[in-house]
Design a protein around this ligand. Structure first.
Ligand code: HEM
Length: 693
């Protein structure tokens, strides 16, 4: 007789709900209960406690599947046949291979180090099952609308988290004797001390939880391992932390990469000499603490949100625009909420729906190019991208003011974030004049975003921002619109600079120029391609080429954060209040991550090499603030390269130009880089210039 009606809706109420009839494993149930839906991340559980709970969940699942048996003294394997679950089988094998019988607590403590990889596998599996949704920036949400059909005697509808909590509630709020699975879920949640986030606990309930946890051998062993935590003194920071090495200034000044402006390569060199954590003491500036390496990248990506915040370093900069709490400067739950709300505006799908406009704008821009002409790389590419991004994101033309907008923003970044210039340099007469471009932009955007004018138009970033402001003026206050509405155009500088580097890479490698053109010719042969034509196989070379350009020429080589909770990374203790420079792209020039890192090699992204899969490849940043538009950018970059290659052959001018970087406030080619239009391969016809309807 199925139980149900436990706060989850009755089965059958929603015909279109996905049905789950297969039981979840205990590690999966644990992960689901730990998810905090307000932040898109997990309730924070001290590392050791969580590790014990995860291993406890694995052992309990093995016990429920009759692979192991437990008593007061020992845990024994009764059947070593694999379960087929990759989170369980390696643990089963470890225990089965042990010649001596050990206690449950022994195994919990010994296997605790494997907990992280078990969590990773469990998360992946829940995403595969479409029970969890994974979002860029390492956020997870529970998929809505699932139906549980006679699972553990329950039927109901809701999220997986609601389903599990409903089962737990029934055990806690009645005198029912729990079945073994619910009993162990309660022990796991108790071990992680997460009940206090789910219920308002009173004394009576705490007693009942303790009573239930005592009923189970594995539950008791987990509690013992957590309570008598012999490992924790070893993890005490001061005992283990190392002295942070200081970079000798003469070594820094002798680096060839400092002269060329190649910051990622410079940081890779320093990390090789000093290790993954080092301090620079530039004259007349506070010391700068750097993290550089695949392991520190991984740490930042996974744990950064709990220890590092963005608010402080960004505050000065956003204030220039009269703003406070814009997307890049938010942390925690507010950041999660705004990021989710704005995701559609930066999605690849949004660009895919407007490809006709991209084609038309790109052709119109290139129509003025003549054979033999020489073009300044940075300015040309920035303007080419702005010609597209401006109408796409805010529905106005801004070619007349974009130079001022960019110059003002770059100066503000240099004075108020990178701090390579004194603050008063933002108030020179020239900069004051340029600041007016921000107001001009705001006026223009607002004047075309009235409901009647927007009726029937495809939705753009400004529509999303203005409607979010109307519906949630606390999250997006009017005072933030000046920044938020100009941010997309300002960010288009990054894409423009990425295009400059990519065109440079193409123009200086004629064989690859030809291969990109061949892909373009197939794509555009029968008219302009549709979004689905940009499939991985159709743009295989171009996509790998773009991936390699973003590795060798990352636009944002590092990120800044401030420490809000002290932490230990790679054995170094980083105290609260410290500003940290995360050189996330230093790995792009590390031999052990990208062999022969200075050679331009698009085959490194082919299986089995697939060198970009991992935390060492980070052109779009790491963790919660990872570029929201990365998938949009990849596509727009590829489309522009393909179109340039289809119509023109470009050369670097002069041919022997030695590429130098201008690294502040973000990486771009030095002003001296120029392209020569060597040949025009086909006409930009009038019909094509107008674009397709
Ligand atoms: C190839 C060009 C681009 C690169 C390499 C790039 C890279 C990055 C990086 C590294 C970050 C993280 C910064 C940090 O952690 O502090 C970031 C954030 C962001 N990017 Fe991009 N970006 C590019 C273009 C763009 C463009 C054109 C837009 C918008 C039109 C955009 C939208 C964003 C947003 C909204 C964030 C903030 C996300 C958040 O704070 O949650 N990006 N980008």
């Amino acid at each position: 007789m199925p139980r149900g009606g436990l706060g989850v809706r009755e089965a059958g109420a929603m015909a279109d709900a996905a049905v789950t009839a297969q039981p979840l494993s205990l590690p999966e149930e644990l992960v689901l209960v730990l998810l905090n839906e307000q932040t898109g991340y997990f309730h924070q559980v001290p590392g050791w406690d969580l590790n014990c709970a995860v291993i406890g969940a694995v052992l309990a699942e093995l016990s429920l599947q009759s692979r192991v048996d437990t008593d007061m003294e020992s845990l024994t394997v009764v059947d070593r046949t694999e379960t087929g679950d990759p989170a369980l089988d390696p643990i089963l094998k470890d225990i089965a291979d042990e010649p001596v019988q050990r206690s449950t607590r022994y195994w919990i403590e010994r296997l605790a180090l494997h907990a992280e990889s078990i969590i990773d596998r469990t998360l992946d599996h829940l995403v595969e099952l479409e029970i969890l949704e994974h979002h860029d920036g390492d956020y997870w949400t529970l998929a809505r609308n699932r139906r549980y059909a006679d699972l553990y005697g329950y039927s109901g509808e809701g999220t997986a988290g609601q389903f599990i909590k409903a089962r737990i509630s029934e055990v806690l709020f009645t005198d029912a004797i729990p079945d073994p699975r619910e009993l162990i879920v309660i022990c796991l949640v108790h071990t992680c001390d997460v009940f206090r986030f789910i219920y308002e606990l009173d004394e009576e309930m705490e007693e009942r939880i303790k009573f239930i946890c005592n009923l189970d051998q594995i539950g008791r062993s987990m509690a013992d391992a957590v309570e008598h935590n012999i490992a924790s003194p070893l993890l005490r920071r001061s005992a283990l932390s190392k002295q942070i090495p200081r970079v000798a200034l003469h070594r820094l000044l002798r680096s060839p990469h400092l002269r060329t402006g190649n910051l990622p390569a410079l940081f890779a060199d320093l990390a090789e000499q000093y290790g993954p954590v080092f301090e620079l003491r530039p004259p007349f500036r506070p010391p700068m603490l750097f993290l550089a390496g695949a392991r520190t990248n991984r740490w930042v990506h996974r744990n950064g949100r709990l220890h590092l915040r963005s608010r402080d370093y960004f505050a000065d900069f956003e204030k220039i625009y009269g703003a406070s709490g814009v997307l890049p400067s938010l942390d925690g739950a507010d950041h999660f909420r705004l990021r989710r709300a704005m995701s559609p505006a930066y999605s690849r799908g949004r660009l895919e729906g407007r490809l006709d406009q991209v084609y038309a704008q790109a052709r119109e821009f290139m129509a003025s190019w003549t054979v033999g002409e020489t073009l300044p790389a940075t300015r040309t590419c920035r303007r080419m991208i702005n010609a597209q991004i401006s109408p796409l994101s805010v529905s106005v033309d801004t070619q007349d003011i974009i130079d001022d907008l960019m110059a003002y923003k770059e100066r503000a970044l240099n004075t108020h974030i990178a701090k390579v210039l004194p603050k008063f340099m933002l108030n020179t007469p020239g900069m004051k004049r340029r600041a007016k471009a921000v107001d001009a932009l705001l006026e223009r955007v607002q004047s075309v975003h009235t409901p009647a004018q927007r009726a029937g138009c495809p939705r753009n970033l400004a529509d999303d921002l203005l409607s979010l402001h109307a519906s949630d003026p606390q999250l997006v206050p009017e005072s933030n619109l000046r920044f938020a509405l100009s941010a997309a155009l300002i960010a288009s500088v990054y894409l423009g600079d990425a295009l400059s580097f990519s065109v440079y890479a193409m123009a200086s490698r004629p064989a690859l120029h030809e291969r990109i053109r061949s892909e373009a010719d197939v794509l555009f042969e029968d008219g302009d391609p549709e979004a689905e034509d940009f499939s991985p196989s159709n743009i295989d070379v171009t996509q790998r080429f773009v991936t390699e350009c973003l590795r060798m020429y990352p636009i944002v080589p590092m990120s800044m954060r401030d420490v809000m909770n002290s932490f230990v990374v790679e054995g170094y203790e980083i105290p609260v209040g410290k500003r940290v420079y995360i050189a996330q792209t230093a790995t792009h020039f590390m031999d052990d991550v990208f062999p022969d890192p200075f050679s331009f090699d698009i085959d490194r992204y082919r299986p089995p090499r697939s060198e970009h899969l991992g935390p060492g490849y980070a052109p779009y940043g790491l963790g919660t603030h990872r570029c929201l538009g990365s998938r949009w950018m990849d596509l727009q970059l590829a489309v522009n390269l393909l179109m340039i290659a289809r119509y023109f052959t470009l050369e670097v001018s002069p041919a022997n130009h030695d590429l130098r970087f201008s690294p502040f406030p973000s990486m771009k080619p030095s002003r001296k880089l120029k392209f020569r239009i060597a040949a025009q391969k086909r006409e930009l016809s009038a019909g094509q210039l107008a674009g397709r309807k």
